[in-house]
Design a protein around this ligand. Structure first.
Ligand code: ADP
Length: 249
C-alpha cells in the first residue's frame, strides 16, 4: 500500500471526513427550484451542489434527431468552471460527454418513451460544486426533476456509489477517496421495480468485495430514495399551505 493511502481511514474504521464505512454524506434535496423549467431539482450531496432543469416533452431541435416511434431524452451534464479547485474549461470535456450519456441511459428505463413519439425532453445538469460522486448525485436529482415536471414514470431512479479505500469497502466516496482509493462502483437503481439502471466499476475488486460494494450502494440508494420522496412531498405540502392561506384571506 502506498503512503498516500495511509490517512484515508483510521484504525477504528473512521474515514478522514468522520464517517463510518457504511455512512452516507449529508444530503439535501429540493424540487421546483427553477420556475422557468417544466421540472427542476437541487441536490447537495456532501460538498456536491448540483442543479437540474427539465424542459419538455417538446419539439425536438434539430428536427432530424426526432424519432417517429418514441420520445428522445437528451441529457447535458456540465461542470461550472468554478466547480472544482482549479478552473475547469467551460467547453464540454470528453468526461462530460461520457457522463451525459451515462446519466441519460440511467434515466431512460424509468420513462415511457414510446408514448411520446416525435417529442423530446431536455435534461440540463449543472454541477456548481463537485466533490466526487457527481454522476450519482446528478442521476438522483435529474430523476426528481423529471418527476417534478409531471411526466409519468415507471419509478424514480436513485444513485449512489460504494468503493474500496485502503482494503475497506466504503459507501459514498468523496473526492479524496475517489482519487486515492482503490475502486469505485456507482449504482443507479429503481427501488420499486428493484431494477438496476447503471452499474460501473473503475479499477479492480475481488468478487466478494464487488458484491459487498453493490449491496452497500443499493442500501445507500434506498436511504436516498426516502429523501427523494420527502422532497416531492414537501413541494406539495407547501402548495397546500399556500392555497389554504389564500383561501383564508
Ligand atoms: P464522479 O463525480 O461521478 O465521481 P469522476 O470519477 O469522473 O466522476 O470524478 C470524480 C471527481 O473528480 C469529481 O466529482 C470532481 O470532484 C473531480 N473532478 C472531475 N473533473 C475535474 C476537473 N476537471 N478538475 C478537477 N477536479 C475534477
Amino acid at each position: 500500500m502506498s503512503e498516500k493511502h495511509e490517512k484515508l481511514i483510521d484504525k477504528k474504521g473512521i474515514r478522514l471526513d468522520g464517517r463510518k464505512a457504511d455512512e452516507l454524506r449529508p444530503l439535501k434535496l429540493e424540487v421546483g427550484v427553477i420556475p422557468n423549467a417544466d421540472g427542476s431539482a437541487y441536490i447537495e450531496h456532501g460538498k456536491n451542489k448540483i442543479l437540474v432543469g427539465v424542459f419538455g416533452p417538446r419539439e425536438v431541435h434539430p428536427k432530424h434527431l426526432s424519432r417517429s416511434d418514441r420520445m428522445v431524452l437528451k441529457c447535458r451534464y456540465h461542470m461550472a468552471p468554478f466547480s472544482v479547485p482549479e478552473r475547469k474549461s467551460p467547453a464540454p470535456s470528453r468526461r462530460e460527454v461520457e457522463l451525459s450519456k451515462v446519466i441519460r441511459e440511467s434515466l431512460e428505463p424509468a420513462l415511457f418513451l414510446e408514448l411520446y413519439p416525435r417529442t423530446g425532453i431536455d435534461v440540463f445538469v449543472e454541477v456548481l460544486q463537485a466533490d466526487g460522486g457527481t454522476r450519482c448525485a446528478s442521476i438522483t436529482a435529474a430523476a426528481l426533476a423529471l418527476a417534478d415536471s409531471g411526466i409519468p414514470m415507471r419509478d424514480l431512479v436513485v444513485a449512489c456509489a460504494a468503493g474500496k479505500v485502503e482494503d475497506t469497502v466504503v459507501l459514498d466516496l468523496y473526492d479524496a477517496e475517489d482519487k486515492l482509493g482503490a475502486a469505485d462502483v456507482p449504482v443507479a437503481y429503481m427501488p420499486n421495480l428493484n431494477a438496476v439502471t447503471l452499474l460501473q466499476m473503475d479499477d479492480i475488486l475481488k468478487p466478494e468485495e464487488f458484491e459487498k460494494a453493490v449491496n452497500m450502494a443499493m442500501d445507500g440508494c434506498k436511504q436516498i430514495y426516502t429523501l427523494q420522496k420527502e422532497a416531492l412531498k414537501n413541494k406539495y405540502m407547501k402548495i397546500k399551505e399556500e392555497t389554504k392561506e389564500e383561501a383564508e384571506e
